[in-house]
Design a protein around this ligand. Structure first.
Ligand code: AP5
Length: 212
């Protein structure tokens, strides 16, 4: 199985959910640029303010900012055994930036689902403030309302509101979706129908990457 992967797909399709599981099962580093950027905006710095304004409007953070953060993460020792890039690249320029930086991409998994499914998954997402575990009030609810197993408070991401989600979907269609064709032409793309339960999608993911 390839161990240097990119996960591609619209907001809410389940990239993070599948990436966490695959990374744990195969000892891969899960590198989510969304998570990295959410850590950045917790700090009180000019960079944090700049990044926050993009994320809260649902638009892509400038390429050079994300590239620098990504390469810093890629320099850590845990990426040696393999990695899943979850949410990077997000446009054609970023795909070339990755190539130029010499970051190998052996396989690209494109997850797809209809828009109704995406909206329901996004609107139901809740994250733990303490351990970052992701729940879904419709599909994977916590035992105690608003509380994680660890006792932490659950919150809704600030970019999961209706207006921002609409903007994120627009960004995805305009800037990210051309990557599907880009990687198809390079012969590294496999497609996974992300409808169904997380277990069902995981089975499809394993079959797809084994066949690549
Ligand atoms: P990011 O955090 O990457 O958000 P995203 O791509 O919009 O993806 P999501 O996190 O919304 O969804 P997901 O596909 O991971 O779904 P999840 O597994 O959580 O990026 C956020 C922002 O950061 C961007 O808008 C941009 O501003 C910036 N950014 C990030 N990367 C960038 C880059 N490279 N360049 C520039 N800017 C960048 O699942 C969603 C919910 O559904 C969860 O509740 C989950 O429990 C549930 N769920 C998952 N799978 C299933 C299933 N099969 N059945 C039922 N429920 C499910």
């Amino acid at each position: 199985m390839f161990k240097r992967l990119v996960f591609l797909g619209p907001p809410g399709v389940g990239k993070g959910t599948q990436a966490r599981r695959l990374a744990a099962d195969f000892s891969l580093a899960h590198i989510s640029t969304g998570d990295i950027l959410r850590e950045v905006i917790k700090q009180n710095t000019p960079l944090a303010q700049r990044v926050r304004s993009y994320m809260e409007s649902g638009t892509l953070v400038p390429d050079e900012v994300v590239l620098e953060l990504l390469l810093e993460r890629m320099s850590q020792p845990d990426v040696k055994e393999g990695y899943i890039l979850d949410g990077y690249p997000r446009n054609i320029k970023q795909a070339y930036d990755l190539e130029k930086a010499g970051v190998a991409v052996e396989g690209v998994v494109y997850f797809y689902a209809d828009e109704e499914t995406l909206i329901k998954r996004i609107s139901g997402r809740r994250t733990c403030r303490l351990c970052s575990r992701v729940y879904n009030i419709y599909y994977d609810p916590p035992t105690v309302d608003g509380r994680c197993e660890c006792g932490g408070e659950l919150f809704q991401r600030s970019d999961d509101t209706e207006d921002v989600v609409r903007a994120r979907l627009r960004e995805y269609r305009q800037k990210t979706s051309p990557l599907v064709q880009h990687y198809k032409e390079r012969g590294v793309l496999c497609e996974v129908d992300a409808s169904g339960t997380p277990d069902e999608v995981y089975e499809k993911l394993l079959r797809a990457i084994e066949a690549t």
